[in-house]
Write a protein that binds this ligand. Sequence first.
Ligand SMILES: NC(=O)c1ccc[n+]([C@@H]2O[C@H](COP(=O)([O-])OP(=O)(O)OC[C@H]3O[C@@H](n4cnc5c(N)ncnc54)[C@H](O)[C@@H]3O)[C@@H](O)[C@H]2O)c1
Length: 327
Amino acid sequence: MKAKHYLVTGGTGFIGSALVRALVHAGHRVRVLDDESRGRSGRLADVASHLEFVPGDVRDPLAVQQAARGTDAIAHLAFVNGTEFFYQKPELVLEVGVKGMINVLDAMASEKVPELMLMSSSEVYQTPSKVPTDESAPFFIPDPLNPRYSYAGGKLISELLAINYGRSRIERVTIVRPHNVYGPDMGFEHVIPQFALRIAKLIAERGAEAPLPFPIQGSGTETRAFVYIDDFVDGTLRVLERGEHMNIYHVGTQREEPIRRLAELVGEAAGVKLEIQAGPLAPGGTPRRCPDIGKVSKLGYSPKVSLEEGLKRTVAWYLEHGQKSQP
Ligand SMILES: NC(=O)c1ccc[n+]([C@@H]2O[C@H](COP(=O)([O-])OP(=O)(O)OC[C@H]3O[C@@H](n4cnc5c(N)ncnc54)[C@H](O)[C@@H]3O)[C@@H](O)[C@H]2O)c1
């Protein structure tokens, strides 16, 4: 890939920091804009001398304009992520999503930045009409009164803004829809870290010999397909390098697993057997999600890390760092 100067918003987050590191290693110049509300610049300590970190808020038009100055491409990742926040702070989710996207597009126009990659989400589909789901599936908001959809709504608006501003004013606009990315240091408001930490607590209380009682939300038949962070970054780099103008790419894996099985695998990675107990499902949950990754595969993408191997690495990280890193 020809060396470019990238601005990565949300670049100290879980995915952002991995993407920034990969861009630096590939020889690109990188500037990071993040308010560190959820990210930590310390995540980039190993490449800190090779990048420029600009602390700032994507809701601030001037901060975004200054950060965009002189760059060739923007990877826009800053967003309020984490399911708990969708319920607790829906107005903030939308504010960061919508103002952030508009500020990025305005900054691109005034600073003449030719390329945009927007990080969207699989959540835009809610209950997808077809599984595995390809990029042409329609998306909709089933209930605007449910605060959970603040996140999907923010992504949906961001996509429409990126596409319709980008159609004629941006040389190349691409959209990545990640499907359940996981890995070490991914935050705490997600299913895999929560399972890992609950298991760690159970082991501390009861030991690791007998099967441990493990209640889950819903029956555990809901499915997801999880992609390890290294594979996800590889797919995103391929879109940055070769993705076509006005195209959307699913990046994930097609290994669809029921949540019940995921819990068992997290248990195995922690060295214990679990006795899964079904419970009530949070409103707004989606029964099945798995991407069709045919389109990004044509760019040479092929995920390599198995769920077992990825969980081993991730669970080991949470068992080691556990509660210590929680804010
Ligand atoms: N992790 C996943 O599986 C997944 C799935 C679908 C979509 N995504 C999307 O990928 C992107 C990165 O997600 P992540 O998992 O790394 O989450 P993350 O929370 O670790 O990263 C988001 C980053 O944005 C920053 N941020 C938030 N509000 C900001 C603001 N107002 N100004 C500047 N920076 C701000 C945070 O500090 C954080 O560093 C997000 O757009 C997210 O919606 C992630």
